[in-house]
Unconditional design. Structure first.
Length: 543
């Protein structure tokens, strides 16, 4: 289906339609809601856990290319697909919009029982303005570029020119209006990413004429007020920069934060966030779905400009939250091995966790950990369509179990009755505490009977959910689990019963009773690697 609509007609038509719905006027409208310490995505009135996959950058640009991907995603037990929307293809001629790819994605997702998170590849994608239309790229006088210190223009739209953000926002608002028109009652689209991996390269800040003038100007009062109001809760990196420069309540950027690339980055973060906020706000006026921004993370030893400077990173979280109030949260794209560290850094100051991109060669144990330890709303391997063996690959096996566990996970998120672990060569055991018990997770390779598949120690892990005082469900892969009393009363924890099983229509169906060699004669649980399984255990104490 190809729908081409002049943008002017969309603007005129908008005045004839009712105002955008809210979660109060439409309880089914996707929105965010707190449950204890967790933030959950609510779809059609119920918590929704995104077992997601993100498409490769160019996959959604072709209907023919996408056709076999939809059934493949469903076979891998995905319930959500992250789908790019390309500004250059949406608006190839200024003022005329082609919604054919957008409509096809929504209707195809409905056929295969999937939800969609749209990724707006607007002004920036991986820092660069590579997906803006040709009529913008070729008119640098009208649409100014960012410039580095030697004056050379970059393939990056400058955030300091109103025409850039207003043009982006106009088109994004039309996109959100169209989504509401065709999907406002179905709620296939549950969330939207605004831009993609924003950041300045190869230097820390834009040095165009307007940027240089703004850098010499006073720090905006809105930012200073936010810093002062939230001083006790600021992230340590920002607080230190401010305090080291004298904790001033006003001044230029270098007077308030000191001289250095760290100040260049803080400065750019404010203007990138302000620009993104304007785009998101115009979109939410048309259809107020949850909206987030994603961050390209920092390689060890890299400095601002070597990595995309000023993106929505943890050390800039307070800048982004102050400037981009229409953005609901900041999300990390995690391709590095230290996923636990990045989750910790983003899971602060009330920022919910959603991992919109992860390496598709990483263990799906990452998802178990993120859902259980950090109350994540979703997890999404990148270029998920490129994975082979769709019925039996890592994602398919891991998501099949998570699909069964989804009602239980969302029930326990934020209540302190669930936790997760990740183990590898750097961390081969971890103790966690739930209720009256200390639960020890050990990497399977520490067991003398383990079957090794190679010289390396693979990443394994899982989650544990406390079902009642003495009953737990453990799910995951490649771990040994033992139970100890939390209080030092010399008691021994014994196993009354241990069953493997599955959930069918939300009901537990027990399989084998594991009270023999499988639980080491009542001493521990084993979830073997190479598969994802779950077991339920009932405990007791004796002396």
């Amino acid at each position: 289906m190809k729908v081409i609509v002049p943008l002017l007609l969309l603007v005129v038509a908008a005045s004839a339609l009712s105002q955008s719905p809210s979660s109060e006027s439409d309880p089914g409208l996707p929105h965010l809601r707190r449950q204890g310490t967790a933030t959950q995505l609510i779809v059609d009135g119920k918590p929704f856990l995104m077992l997601a996959g993100e498409l490769g950058n160019s996959s959604a640009s072709s209907l023919d290319y996408m056709r076999p991907i939809w059934p493949k995603a469903a076979k891998m037990h995905l319930n959500t697909l992250l789908v790019p929307v390309y500004w250059e293809l949406l608006e190839p001629t200024e003022g005329t919009l082609d919604f054919g790819l957008v409509d096809s994605a929504i209707f195809s997702a409905q056929v295969y029982g999937l939800h969609i998170v749209f990724l707006w590849f607007g002004s920036w994608k991986n820092s660069m303005s590579c997906y803006v239309p040709a009529w913008i790229k070729s008119d640098q006088d009208r649409f100014p570029r960012a410039r580095i210190s030697n004056g050379k223009a970059q393939e990056i739209l400058s955030p300091f020119y109103a025409v850039n953000k207003e043009t982006d926002a106009r088109t994004f608002a039309a996109l959100m209006k169209h989504i509401r028109t065709i999907d406002g009652t179905h709620h296939t689209v549950v969330m939207v990413q605004v831009e993609n991996e924003i950041g300045m390269i190869p230097e820390a800040r834009d040095c165009c004429e307007k940027a240089n003038a703004a850098f010499q100007d006073q720090v905006p009062a809105d930012l200073m007020n936010s810093l002062t109001k939230n001083k006790e809760a600021l992230v340590p990196e920002l607080l230190k920069a401010w305090q080291d420069a004298g904790s001033r309540s006003s001044g230029t950027w270098e007077e308030v934060f000191g001289k250095g690339t760290h100040t260049d980055e803080i400065f750019m973060a404010w203007y990138f966030a302000d620009y993104t906020n304007f785009v998101a706000r115009q979109g939410k006026k048309e259809y107020p779905l949850p909206m987030y921004v994603n961050a390209a993370l920092i390689r060890p030893g890299y400095r601002p400009g070597q990595y995309p400077s000023a993106g929505p990173l943890p050390h800039l979280m307070d800048i982004w939250r102050a400037a981009a109030t229409a953005i609901d949260f900041l999300a990390p794209d995690i391709y590095f091995k230290n996923l636990t560290e990045w989750c910790e850094r983003f899971d602060r100051s009330g920022n919910p966790i959603f991992i919109p991109e992860a390496g598709n060669n990483q263990s799906v144990a990452n998802a178990y950990y993120a859902f259980a330890r950090h109350n994540a709303m979703g997890y999404s391997p990148f270029s998920v369509e490129s994975l082979a063996d769709q019925d039996n690959n890592e994602v398919a096996k891991g998501y099949e179990v998570l699909q069964q566990l989804e009602p239980l996970i969302v029930e326990h998120q934020g209540k302190g009755t669930m936790n997760g672990v990740l183990l590898d060569s750097a961390s081969q055991s971890e103790r966690i505490q739930l209720g009256d018990y200390t639960i020890m997770f050990r990497h399977e390779y520490g067991w003398k009977y383990a079957v090794r598949t190679g010289p390396d120690t693979p990443r394994v892990g899982g989650m544990v959910i406390m079902l009642s005082k003495d009953e737990f469900l453990v799910a995951g892969t490649g771990v040994m689990v033992s139970f100890w009393p939390r209080s030092p009363d010399d008691a021994t924890v014994g196993i009354i019963s241990m069953d493997e099983g599955t959930f069918v229509d939300g009901n537990w169906v027990a399989g084998r009773r594991m009270n023999g060699d499988q639980d080491n004669q009542g001493r521990e649980m084993h979830l073997p690697s190479g598969m994802f399984t779950m077991q339920k255990v009932k405990l007791y104490r004796y002396k």
